[in-house]
Design a protein around this ligand. Structure first.
Ligand code: HEC
Ligand code: HEC
Length: 450
């Protein structure tokens, strides 16, 4: 009921009043026959909607099976993973709080203050990098981080493994889950935790029903907010796709001296850049940002309008001089609300999907790659060992071309718009080239023998 009357007031502001003003201003004879009932709801182009469609399956490692998920879930709630037995993963990533903790900076072992805000854990199965600064590249490698971090769980992995091994039921659970290597160890522990985390898929909301074609699933002011989000307000430049993240790192001008991605990469051009958070279920996971400094969505929108600290590292994707009317601000926030469940969210189950390994189908033989629009084009090439592959930054953004491979470690440093770099692969095989600032940019290079 309350929602209905709020909607009534917003609708009044959004639609009726301007309409009345227009009706009053025009000659009766011209406006005759037009009525509110006939005013079409604001529409959203089909291609914009398609970019937000939920996938039917989730990406998953091949060995992500039900036993691993169940063991991972048990471990996620197990306080034996912390040094003094006081904390589980769920102590900070509380399922009741959207797997976040509801405070700006939480406390770890022995009450120590955490340097960054605890993020929610939704939809990480699609993640490219983990932590606010992306320093982990898989959920498996991420999970031992908090266990051994002196400010988080403050444990030694070997002690955790010993404690779990002493428990015969736990020992048996590990042996059953990993029959090919039936031991309690850090590797199996992290595989189980990661398998569980991959199942944390945010549930469908009214927004998804709207995208799927149910046009009255969103109210007029929420649709107007969606149009602002994908239009004038420029939010979609970074909060893109059904998860509302480009998985990239941006400096959005928050005050503070945390270097974020810049420190992780050793690249000053990425200073103050943090991973774009998903906006799914954000109504449940205040406060916001890597430092938890913004308490409400109103504060977030106010930041984008007038809080941006001017720095050379500011993201090229950030809207400049954004100014919204009070009505537009309300619409944008109403829209953000539609990405969250109305009741405490419970993970949706989506069947896992085994990603096909990239083969040579689709590989083209070219020697120059473009980067416009945060995309390597083409993104799959075949060259010969020893030949140069030129990567041109024909984009508006700074990139960081990298190969993180035991056979070849390469970083271009800050590759500014207009800069060219030439990669050379001496060994045959398949290599992955990415951008350190925009890890969704992926280029597969198949290197044939000389
Ligand atoms: C004491 C609180 C605390 C505990 C306990 C904790 N975490 Fe976290 N977690 C955090 C904080 C804070 C961050 C962000 C740190 C950063 O980005 O530097 C984080 C980040 C993460 C991320 C990255 C999410 C993303 O969006 O990139 C994952 C995944 C995660 N934790 C899983 C776990 C698991 C699994 C456990 C248990 C083994 C755990 N956490 C225990 C506080 C905690
Ligand atoms: C240049 C890329 C970019 C644009 C454009 C952008 N954002 Fe963000 N957004 C980010 C990044 C990066 C963060 C995290 C920053 C940090 O913590 O340092 C963020 C954080 C947020 C958060 C907090 C989420 C959380 O869980 O902490 C919200 C809400 C948000 N943005 C909404 C918006 C809205 C609304 C707009 C449009 C007015 C917008 N963003 C435009 C990149 C962007």
């Amino acid at each position: 009921m309350r929602a209905g009357s709020r909607f009534g007031a917003a609708f009044d502001r959004a639609v009726r009043r301007p309409w009345r003003a227009a009706a009053g201003a025009c000659a009766v004879v011209l406006c005759a026959g037009l009525s509110l009932a006939e005013a079409p709801p604001p529409s959203v182009p089909a291609d914009v909607l398609a970019a937000f469609a939920r996938p039917a399956r989730r990406p998953s490692a091949e060995d992500d099976d039900a036993r691993q998920v169940a063991l991972g879930q048990a471990l996620f709630f197990d306080t034996r993973l912390s040094g003094d037995g006081s904390l589980a993963c769920a102590s900070c990533h509380d399922p009741q709080l959207g797997f976040a903790d509801g405070v700006p900076l939480g406390r770890g072992i022995a009450g120590s203050r955490l340097p960054r805000h605890t993020p929610a854990l939704w939809n990480l199965a699609w993640g490219r990098t983990f932590f606010w600064d992306g320093r982990a590249t898989s959920l498996e490698s991420q999970s031992t981080g908090p266990i051994e971090s002196p400010v988080e769980m403050g444990a030694k992995l070997e002690d955790v493994v010993a404690r779990l091994s002493d428990d015969s039921a736990m020992h048996a659970a590990f042996a059953e889950t990993f029959p090919e290597r039936p031991v309690v160890d850090g590797l199996n522990l992290s595989r189980a935790l990661a398998a569980f985390e991959r199942t944390l898929v945010s549930p469908e909301t009214r927004f998804d029903r709207f995208v799927a074609g149910e046009r009255d699933a969103l109210k007029a002011d929420e649709i107007a907010g969606f149009r602002l989000f994908t239009g004038k307000a420029g939010c979609v430049a970074c909060h893109s796709g059904w998860r509302f993240t480009d998985e990239a790192f941006h400096d959005i001008g928050l005050p503070g001296d945390d270097r974020g991605r810049g420190a992780a990469l050793g690249l000053a051009a990425a200073d103050h850049a943090f991973k774009t958070p998903s906006l799914r279920e954000i109504a449940w996971t205040a406060p916001y940002m890597h430092d938890g400094a913004l308490a409400t969505l109103e504060d977030v929108v106010a930041h984008y309008e007038r809080g941006i600290v001017d720095r050379p590292t500011l993201s090229a994707d950030l809207p400049k001089g954004l100014s919204l009317s009070e009505e537009e601000r309300g619409q944008l926030i109403a829209f953000l609300g539609t990405l969250s469940s109305e009741d405490p969210p419970r993970p949706a189950s989506l069947p896992p999907h085994v990603e096909a390994a990239p083969g040579s189908v689709g590989a083209v033989s070219v020697s120059t790659i473009g980067q416009a629009g945060k995309r390597f084009a083409p993104d799959h090439v075949r060259i010969r060992a020893g030949e140069g592959l030129t990567v041109v930054n024909d984009d508006t953004r700074t990139h960081n071309v990298r190969v993180d491979d035991p056979r070849l470690a390469y970083s271009s440093g800050a590759q500014e718009p207009g800069d060219k770099v030439v990669l050379s692969f001496e060994e045959p095989g398949q290599f992955l080239v990415t951008c350190g600032i925009h890890p969704e940019m992926r280029l597969t290079v198949e290197v044939a023998p000389k």
